[in-house]
Design a protein around this ligand. Structure first.
Ligand code: HEC
Length: 160
């Protein structure tokens, strides 16, 4: 009797597992095409998460330049520009200020990275930091003040 019950339970589990495997995971995008787009829109990265990435990339870029790993510094800057584009798209109200920031500060940082000149880089980085915090103040976030950490944040090799 017990054996029969056990066999039935095992069979039922097989049937259940097989039906899940065939149907795939449950669909989470529901409704009309417009409703699905609206659901996707709501979960896009906005400025908060873009800025957290900025924080990481700029800090990593600094220590890469300091260590002489200019390839890593260049890579971080390129990735920062890419994530900024996400912010420009999902938060169009900041697009103008973000583009101005890029042209005023990031282009200078990029030039010093290209030259592999740390003293020029340091100057451009300090100016850029002022630009970061000016924007925070202008946009109503004076309490958000980027400060270069005393130590690198990423587990990467900073020397070439
Ligand atoms: C276009 C204006 C603008 C520029 C330029 C800008 N920020 Fe921001 N930043 C913001 C705004 C607005 C917020 C608040 C984000 C939110 O929650 O919507 C923010 C938030 C932040 C945060 C807090 C993120 C969190 O949620 O913990 C950090 C860190 C940050 N910025 C770093 C930087 C750094 C570093 C730079 C420069 C390399 C920079 N930001 C440049 C507008 C800007």
């Amino acid at each position: 009797m017990r054996r029969k019950l056990l066999t039935a339970v095992v069979m039922a589990s097989f049937v259940l597992a097989a039906s899940w495997a065939l149907a795939g995971p449950p669909h989470w995008l529901k409704g009309t095409t417009d409703q699905k787009f609206s659901t996707l829109e709501k979960i896009q990265e906005a400025l908060g998460s873009v800025m957290m990435e900025y924080n990481y990339r700029m800090t990593t870029m600094y220590y890469a330049a300091k260590g002489g790993n200019w390839g890593l510094a260049d890579y971080q800057l390129k990735e920062a520009r890419e994530i900024q584009e996400v912010g420009e798209t999902t938060r169009p109200q900041f697009a103008g200020a973000l583009k101005a920031f890029e042209q005023t500060y990031l282009d200078k940082v990029a030039a010093s990275v290209k030259e592999k000149n740390f003293s020029k880089f340091k100057k451009a980085f300090t100016e850029m930091t002022k630009g970061c915090n000016e924007c925070h103040a202008n946009e109503g976030y004076p309490f958000i003040h980027y400060v270069l950490p005393k130590h690198p944040v990423a587990a990467l090799k900073y020397k070439p």
